[in-house]
Ligand binder design. Structure first.
Ligand code: NI
Length: 164
């Protein structure tokens, strides 16, 4: 396994539509292992293959049990409710914005062997499914918000009892 470099906003790879994974081979397993190691090192809750420059439909999401779920060729098949909250991205380091997302999401995907499965998540996990899957179509969360906040700005607002 190896750490991979996380690309940041402005890198053309982050704006591309990724191709489906067709081969569930050792190369895919290396990619998934590297994504998990890179995500663990970064302390984030999700990472998509294009964020390390691989334009294939594969993402990792950390669930509410702190387990990393591997999602290959994922598709949202059900969504319900709404939540509005701060969101960030390892490709937009240090910046956060308010983004509306569904509160409950079900995803159908394949595992590293190609077997189909479904997984559901709510609140933070639902947010993460939506955020990571968007990366596969070349979209970043900043497209859904008109104001980004730095950690310092958020701290200053918090100290004054204000909300973003
Ligand atoms: Ni992201």
């Amino acid at each position: 396994m190896a750490l991979r470099k996380i690309l940041t906003q402005g890198d053309p790879a982050l704006g591309k539509v990724c191709r489906p994974v067709e081969k569930f081979d050792r190369k895919l397993h290396w990619l998934l292992d590297d994504l998990k190691e890179t995500l663990e090192e970064s302390g984030g809750v999700g990472l998509a293959a294009p964020q390390v420059g691989i334009l294939r439909r594969a993402v990792i999401v950390v669930d509410d049990q702190e387990q990393m779920i591997e999602l290959i060729n994922p598709v949202i098949i059900h969504q319900e409710g709404e939540q509005d909250g701060l969101e960030g991205c390892l490709s937009v380091p240090g910046m956060y914005g308010k983004v509306k997302r569904p509160n409950y999401v079900t995803v159908r995907a394949q595992d590293r062997s190609g077997n189909f499965f479904e997984v559901s998540g709510e609140e933070m996990v639902a947010r993460c499914f939506c955020h990571e899957l968007e990366h596969l179509d070349g979209h970043l969360f900043v497209e859904h918000t008109d104001r980004l906040y730095s950690v310092d700005e958020l701290d200053a607002m918090d100290a004054k009892g204000e909300e973003p």
